[in-house]
Design a protein around this ligand. Structure first.
Ligand code: 4AZ
Length: 405
């Protein structure tokens, strides 16, 4: 049943309704604290939502009222119309088909593409999300998303929560006296308190400048089904033989001040590969918020998913020798390659992000095989992208983790 209907008697009894005031207006006023385009806030009778990152739900009896995407106000978008999450605007029933959500990049007259301008009579209750089947252990990919499914297979867009190990490294800088937080690199969770990323992404002397965000998907929105989590960095360990010229040993570990809550359904760790596994030719996934195509100035808002094959060292070195690197180029053993297919590549802004491959005995689970490092352009045929070789660097990771125990 619609939340508004069960609430009607409560407010009639409360005798706050005048005879000639339409009932929908009363409900509208009471439950949709609306910020109008001129910034005037109507009656503030909703429970207050403290900050946007933890998405509190207002519950009345068994019902969850819809909540604004940010702050305490719904954005007004017409006469008795407000912006709500798209799936809540469907003749009073939650739209679980996801079909309309694929238009998220087109905009909706609302501030974020995840919202829709909705007549208040059509808005449904906020559903309570059912817990997902338990996936205890590292490397479980949520291929159908967590709580919501939005993308088409051809989209190259990750589902919400699909890669629960994916994190974003943010950098804090001061500009005009204000703290500005901007995306720096991708990374992955290899333990609830440990992030794996590229050495080229961080500077060990500036730990206070970084912050790590897990559970992120659409960086321009807080409308995701579950909130992201932020953690501060306590220590950075960079490979002692990292070479910023040729990016050999391009690996760093970030130890966080506190662990991420991996009990959240959209946040989990990735498994590390055993030394004896061969991933050549296997189809794997890279993810990241980097540019979609070579030359794009902007990063993507919604996490990208790129399916691509691992390329053997011999084939990759040969392919890279055809580029400006020249015929004598040697690929260092701490690097590996993937891709070489038109338009399916990591690119600028994806640095530090994980390349993951399915386990041979369980295709729902993944190992992290690479860390996005560099490439000659992006998305060109027969020019694979270059990744730090996690399998080759595994003993370094183990040694550093052991030293922290
Ligand atoms: C970069 O600039 C970058 N095509 C990352 C990956 C690739 C190229 C460039 C691979 O971070």
């Amino acid at each position: 049943m619609n939340a508004k209907l069960i609430l009607i008697p409560i407010f009639l009894i409360g005798s706050c309704v005048t005879q000639d005031q339409p009932i929908n207006d009363v409900i509208f006023d009471v439950f949709f604290n609306v910020t109008t385009p001129n910034g005037i806030s109507d009656q503030v009778l909703r429970e207050s939502n403290s900050e946007t990152t933890d998405h509190p739900v207002t519950t009345v009896g068994q019902k969850n009222l819809p909540r604004p995407l940010s702050g305490n106000s719904f954005q007004a978008c017409g006469t008795r119309m407000v912006c709500v999450r798209q799936y809540l605007c469907n003749n009073g029933k939650v739209d679980d088909s996801g079909t309309k959500l694929i238009e998220i990049r087109l905009g909706s007259g609302c501030n974020t593409g995840l919202e829709k301008c909705c007549d208040i009579s059509e808005i449904s209750d906020e559903p309570t999300l059912n817990p997902l089947p338990s996936t205890v252990g590292c490397g479980y990919r949520n291929k159908n998303g967590v709580g919501i499914k939005i993308s088409e297979p051809t989209d190259n867009v990750a589902e919400f929560g699909e890669f629960p190990w994916m994190v974003r490294i943010l950098e804090k800088t001061i500009s005009n006296g204000k703290v500005v937080i901007s995306p720096k690199c991708g990374g992955s969770l290899i333990a609830p308190r440990v992030v794996l990323t590229g050495a080229h992404c961080v500077n060990t002397t500036q730990i206070l400048n970084y912050r790590v965000r897990a559970g992120e998907w659409d960086s321009k929105s807080n409308a995701e089904p579950y909130p992201h989590q932020d953690r501060e960095v306590e220590e950075i360990i960079m490979h002692e033989n990292y070479n910023s010229g040729n990016l050999k040993n391009n690996i760093a570990l970030l130890f966080l001040a506190t662990a991420f809550d991996t009990a959240a359904p959209h946040i989990n760790t990735i498994c590390l590969p055993p030394a004896n596994t061969n991933f050549d030719s296997l189809r794997c996934f890279a993810s990241g918020w980097g540019a979609k195509n070579q030359g794009d100035e902007n990063l993507t808002n919604i996490l990208k998913k790129i399916d691509l094959p691992v390329v053997s060292k011999a084939k990759c070195q040969n392919a890279l020798r055809q580029t400006r690197l020249g015929p004598f180029f040697k690929l260092h053993s701490s690097l590996m390659c993937a891709g070489g297919e038109i338009g399916k590549d990591t690119c600028k802004g994806d640095g530090g992000s994980p390349l993951v491959c399915p386990m041979a005995n369980n295709s729902d689970r993944y190992y992290q095989v690479g860390i996005v490092s560099w490439g000659i352009g992006c998305g060109n045929e027969n020019v694979p992208g270059v990744y730090a070789n996690v399998k080759a660097l595994r003993s370094w990771i183990d040694e550093k983790l052991a030293s922290k125990d």
